[in-house]
Design a protein around this ligand. Structure first.
Ligand code: NAI
Length: 337
């Protein structure tokens, strides 16, 4: 019999609804029989209180060692305060590709059944470089950085993924009519990469039109390739198409490390009430299982999740049910048999 591997994973439960959805997901992961050793860390405001650092050095070391992390959301102060933990980790580990599959779950009626979209978001550049300064009182400058290297590697990621997984079409989403140099460079790089992939149809749409197209006829798209900020915004829009932020998973991928986290944030409006939907983090964990070559466990969890949705008996409030986070996790566990 093959020896069972133990996966050492860095775990950041986060804050807000983070600890609740993480707890639910951990129970389900433990039930797969896959062996995990979790290295658990706090980050953000909570970490600062304990360690005097928003991201403890031990957390960096742990990701460096383990190469894989599962992360809950972390609150970022608005209009001041410390820098986003997510953005900092993505930059530190060069997690340049943010991969977000958008798919309907069975039993959830939406206006757009049968959607199967992939969002590929550049994760390290654009407005997210955080270069802002006050020129004179009342005038602030923010810098958007787009590089040939960054744009080419994210385009390559999208095309290679498309080829490997039989996806047919990639659209670059841009605003190069206004951001002529920066988005212009992003497009030029994507076009150049596209030349090497004649088997994948390449198209371009302006971001504002894309938003309208997505709510009128999202089926026309297959894979969307976007710079950082557009990718962030369009991800939430697309989450809305399939039932909301409680559902959509994500992976931050680099050449060496990967951090798996949901698209949603810390949802302070519902935190601490055991009502958050853990599906998005669970689906992120399914992506993690595939990354770890634990395909059988990934399939088992995903099938159980689909069963719970198809039965419609134990759904959380955000998708029209009355179940709590724990109850939902119990139902998935029961469906796993
Ligand atoms: P949010 O994604 O936390 O919440 C938006 C809406 O979706 C809220 O009404 C919330 O209740 C609902 N929602 C989100 N996740 C849900 C779930 N699992 N189940 C049920 N309903 C859910 O966005 P918001 O409120 O704009 O941001 C809150 C905080 O989260 C901010 O500090 C933001 O910076 C941070 N954030 C962190 C992220 C991360 O750690 N990856 C990503 C996005 C935001």
């Amino acid at each position: 019999m093959a020896e069972t591997r133990t996966h050492k994973i860095t775990l950041i439960p986060g804050d807000g609804i983070g600890p609740e959805v993480t707890q639910a997901v951990l129970r389900i992961l433990e039930a797969t029989g896959v062996k995990f050793e979790w290295e658990r860390f706090s980050a953000g405001a909570e970490a600062f209180e304990i360690f005097g650092e928003y991201i403890p050095t031990q957390l960096y070391d742990s990701i460096e060692r383990n190469k894989v992390a599962l992360k809950g959301p972390v609150t970022t102060p608005i209009g001041g305060g410390f820098k986003s933990i997510n953005v900092t980790l993505r930059k530190k580990f060069e997690l340049f590709a943010n991969f977000r599959p958008i798919k309907n779950l069975p039993g959830l009626a939406t206006h757009w059944p049968g959607l199967d979209l992939i969002i590929v978001r550049e994760n390290t550049e654009g407005e997210y470089v955080g270069l802002e300064h006050e020129v004179v009182p009342g005038v602030v400058e923010a810098i958007k950085v787009i590089t040939e290297k960054g744009s080419t590697r994210i385009a390559k990621f999208a095309f290679e993924y498309a080829r490997k997984h039989g996806r047919k079409k990639i659209h670059s989403i841009h605003k190069a009519n206004i951001m002529k140099l920066s988005d212009g460079l992003f497009l030029r790089c994507a076009r150049k990469v596209a030349e090497g992939f004649p088997d994948v149809v390449y198209g371009e749409h302006i971001i504002d039109n894309t938003c309208m197209q997505l709510v009128m006829n999202p089926w026309q798209y297959d894979t969307l390739l976007l710079e950082n900020l557009y990718g962030d915004i369009v991800s939430d829009l697309c989450a809305g198409l399939v039932g909301g932020l409680g559902l959509v998973p994500g992976a931050n991928l680099g050449l060496e490390c990967a951090i798996f986290e949901a698209v949603h944030g810390s949802a302070p409006d519902i935190a601490g009430k055991d009502i958050a939907n853990p599906t998005a983090l669970l689906q992120s964990a399914v992506l993690m299982l595939r990354h770890l070559d634990e395909a059988a466990a990934a399939d088992r969890v995903h099938k159980a999740l689909e069963t719970v949705y198809a039965e419609r008996k134990t759904l959380t409030r955000d998708v029209g049910g009355t179940a709590g986070t724990t109850q939902f996790a119990d139902a998935v566990l029961a469906a796993m048999g």
